[in-house]
Design a protein around this ligand. Sequence first.
Ligand code: URA
Ligand code: SF4
Length: 203
Amino acid sequence: MTVYPGAAEYVPDTDDLEAVRAAAGTCHGCDLYRDATQTVFGAGAPHARTVLVGEQPGNDEDLDGHPFVGPAGRLLDRALDDLGVDRAALYLTNAVKHFRFERRGKRRIHQQPRRTEIVACAPWLRTELDLVAPDLVVCLGAIATHAVLGPRAEVTELRGHTVELDDFRVGVTVHPSAVLRAPDRARSYTEFVDDLARVFEMR
Ligand code: URA
Ligand code: SF4
């Protein structure tokens, strides 16, 4: 059995986010790199005041190389539009940088990252947050919330609220994919936008 070292030993000692991104491209910190197409690192404004954290790249992001370009990303774009928030002013990233999936015929079905993979990948997210140095970090869903606030943090309790950490505030809401899957999608969307408005301190 191969023992993977985690991402820490791949993170270069530099303040240059682009150099960090390049290094992440060759990370073998856990086994997810083997089947995925490429590392999907964070993207957006390098000194954004707000960072959004998702779970992991999905099928579209894995092929494209950028976060939130598939269906979940389109729903997120619509929510940001409705709030009048410019996506280009944000920095978007994920707790885990490689797509974890299971093959079913020709399809690749998303699988949640394991706790070990979230922990293995955490040094990349930590480095992004250090270098971007935002005021607000918004966690989209449970995996992001666990990655930023620890495994006991509950989205159902925290959604729509912010928690003060030493370096930034952390806001919590659900994952946009959960809105897409919700039985009452319209209501779930309204609640999602409402959470974002509250963590952005718009209402
Ligand atoms: N879901 C995520 O959590 N992140 C992405 O980048 C795309 C879908
Ligand atoms: Fe490295 Fe994270 Fe990819 Fe694992 S998921 S190989 S830790 S970048």
